[in-house]
Ligand binder design. Sequence first.
Ligand code: AMP
Ligand code: MN
Ligand code: MN
Ligand code: MN
Length: 278
Amino acid sequence: MIVDLHSHTIASDGVLSPSELVKRAVDNQIDILAITDHDTIKGIPEAQKLILTENLPVKLVSGVEISTAWKNNEIHIVGLNIDIENQQLLTLLQAQEQGRIDRAMAISYKLGKLHIDDAYEQAKAFSKGDIVSRAHFARFLVAQGLVKDVKTAFKKYLGKSGYAYVPAKWCSIEEAITAIHVAGGLAVLAHPTRYDLTGTKLKLLINDFKTWGGDAIEVSQSRQTQDDLQRLAKLANEFGLLASQGSDFHDLVNYLDLGKTPPLPGSVTPIWHNWKLN
Ligand code: AMP
Ligand code: MN
Ligand code: MN
Ligand code: MN
């Protein structure tokens, strides 16, 4: 069975429309696909509709990836199997969307001081949904020829040590987990090895996540070594958490293709172990 529980569409900073993403999942013979856009569920209805009308052989999991603040770090919490009409969750996502707009205007102001004008409007033009991401600023900076690629845009301007870095006012991990649970979903700590935390700090994060009711951690993801996969499998078991896997597909340049993450080790319990497939 092929499972991919982390992916993005143009509703946030992915490059495929929800319909294109679903078609790619079917081409890649994926059995279970979760769409987990940053702080929005707005891509999901289109994907649901396509699967239903064309009777496509893929189970779609409604998901979201919520940005949170934890001890001066930005931590991503994925919600899976959420009710996308739940009011409490939608209220939290609305606040996150506004936080993104406020941050985007502050980024734009900082870029303006460097004589890079109208960056907010320009970044918004790269966004096809309601979410403004730093990824859209990065694409604008690349298109302007100011940097050679998106990675350099983060290094020079948008990342933590960049000229135009602005921390966003995200919700807490606890608030994200609660909203996901209220909406009937499971909360997953996304890509735990991508936060540049020391081993001690990572354990502290996983411990807090578990204490606040978190359900699973991503064990198999894009851009990780076999050592990290084994390490995360051990941590999942040590903290009594289920294991998830996902490509975090945005595009083919920076991420694995849909469904192409390595299999989970037999020692962990997959988050989908008790899901009904029909
Ligand atoms: P935001 O959610 O607006 O804070 O933007 C973060 C998004 O930008 C992430 O979800 C990635 O898609 C992308 N991103 C972050 N860092 C990098 C990087 N160094 N290179 C390429 N893309 C990045
Ligand atoms: Mn992204
Ligand atoms: Mn993420
Ligand atoms: Mn993601």
